[in-house]
Write a protein that binds this ligand. Sequence first.
Ligand code: RIB
Ligand code: CA
Length: 309
Amino acid sequence: MNRFPVIIDCDPGVDDVAALLLARQIETMDLKAITTVSGNVEVEKTTANAKKARHAMGIDVPIFAGAKKPMFREAKHAYHFHGEDGLSGVVYECPDSPTEEEKAWDAMYRIGKESGGELTIVAVGPMTNLGLAIAKYNDFASVVKRVVIMGGAAIGGNVTPCAEFNIYADPEAADILFQSGIPVYMCGLDVTMKAYMTRDELEEIKGMNTPQTDFFYDVTNEGLIKYIGFGHPGVAMHDPVAVLYAADDSIFKTEHVGIRVETKGELTLGKTVTDLYSDKQWEHNAYIVTDVDREAFIAKVKELMAKYK
Ligand code: RIB
Ligand code: CA
């Protein structure tokens, strides 16, 4: 089986934890590292939550802490959705475990070089660590094969009417990434809002009765209650989309487009501007994921979570 080297850069975060639990069961993913960043909550908390996810995953993958704040702005958090602890108050007891001294952006570069340019980075939080790595290492683009992000949207936003949180939190880092020359695959709200899990589907995960499926259920249930309250048919599985896309894009629709990020606007700050719906075409520097076979996506989530015994 051809396995590919992966780093998951994240800000756990309830859906980040779900994404990590799923990644552990994807046999083709050779998870080299988990890197953490300030986002949903402070980096100290996202790192602590990543350690909890690692314990549940049951693997000895190194964790590298990253940026405490965006490259040029003050930190923004999403306590309203993830709670001040980042796990919506979900308690997951486990012994403490170490994190590495090396900074996330340095680890990304080192592991990229060690992986012979075959490294995939799945970034499901603000892209600050990537922005710093690109700024620090002028050959960073040569050591990374592709970056799959959860972030942005061709249409809409979830922090403002036109900006999604991961981009809005650090728009400069995101624009640096899109201009870096690295192939970027954007799993934005256009697809993640379609990749929702219903109450019945989540209860099937609960029925699997393992510590990992219980953890997955608890962190996802909090979001489900909120999304149902918004009138959505289920909870958007934002970060799991990016992980499953990186492993197999066959159930998704992908378009090659031009993407840049608004970093100066007031009302439009953090918007991912794409030429997807325009006849004014830019250089096609990235890829946007616009659709998913939802039933196939949920079936894959269930298949992966059922692997926990
Ligand atoms: O907008 C959704 C994204 O912001 C997800 O990555 C979620 O974890 C938050 O970071
Ligand atoms: Ca996230």
